[in-house]
Design a protein around this ligand. Sequence first.
Ligand code: NAI
Ligand code: MG
Length: 351
Amino acid sequence: GMTDSTLIAILPGDGIGPEVTREARRVLEALDLGLRFEEAPVGGAAYRTSGHPLPPETLALADRAAAVLFGAVGDPAFDSLERALRPEQAILGIRKHLGTFANLRPARIFPGLEDASTLKPEVARAIDLVIVRELNGDVYFGAKGRGTTPAGKREGHDLMRYDEDEVRRIARVGFETAAKRRGKLCSVDKANVLETSQLWRDVVMEVAVDYPQVELTHMYVDNAAMQLVRNPGAFDTIVTGNLFGDILSDQASMCVGSIGMLPSAALDGAGKGLYEPIHGSAPDIAGQGKANPCAAILSAAMLLRHSLGQDAAADRVEAAVAAALGRELRTPDMGGDATTAAMGEAVLAGL
Ligand code: NAI
Ligand code: MG
């Protein structure tokens, strides 16, 4: 279908999703880039009004838009619903619908936040990495099932599988990302035991021929988990499969302090992207003005960079977040008492 290059779809979701998305939208509006914004319900908010967490009108808006800014979903009021109707299905469904196979999760420490990390300040201070996680394949999407063995034992299985095209396209995103950063790509696999990983490694090495300026290394995932807490400053760009990326990116995120600081982008390789904070709907603090909006605001910066090509505007937003933190403004997750709105206001002031 046709997409509108000035239209941004805002899907606030439920819980703290609407609270943090509001601040991110205000920041995008303040940049005066001639963008238009349209909102649609998703998750618990959509279930309340339409009986479905991901209504067709919401998907249609996402299709028409240049990019999607997503809040969070997970209202526990709907926990007892069947899986297909639960709010969380909305995020899986929309990623699949948009074909966003490349998940970029940057983790870097903002000045003054070393204390919030569980690592020693001098170790945390050096973190500036991005994990490029494959999002549409691997063991999550392979054949799965439950059964009974001939001996009568209960059994469960999930097939880990990649084909070479799936590996090639995520490898390219990895190399492109590294080329724009410090030129170091670490491909993480488990090639010592997994055939999937052997294929992964072969294809990554083939793609490497096109990127002589990038230094490629390979690391087993168990070692990568160790190195991420031992010497995270050594990493620049990590490219890995869906399962390993899921685990390593959560680990990396905690190394830089609060979950409320971490943005993400899910890209389709053709400019369309879904941008969201990595946190969930945080029902424990929803509606209290306590949520840190920085992850949502930094997700908006990624939207500017990856879907709109507005790199200078993205830089301005990131600098404004750093400046607000530099003025010692902190929401409770970072050890302060600023409200969501005050934090957003300070970022706006920094612009
Ligand atoms: P969560 O990320 O919502 O919250 C974990 C902890 O971090 C909570 O103590 C929360 O208060 C805090 N937190 C999260 N974001 C924060 C922010 N911006 N500022 C300050 N504190 C923040 O994860 P949880 O509690 O496991 O999940 C809650 C719901 O969200 C569940 O239904 C889950 O399925 C869903 N979820 C949705 C995601 C999404 O929409 N992409 C991602 C992860 C979880
Ligand atoms: Mg996860």
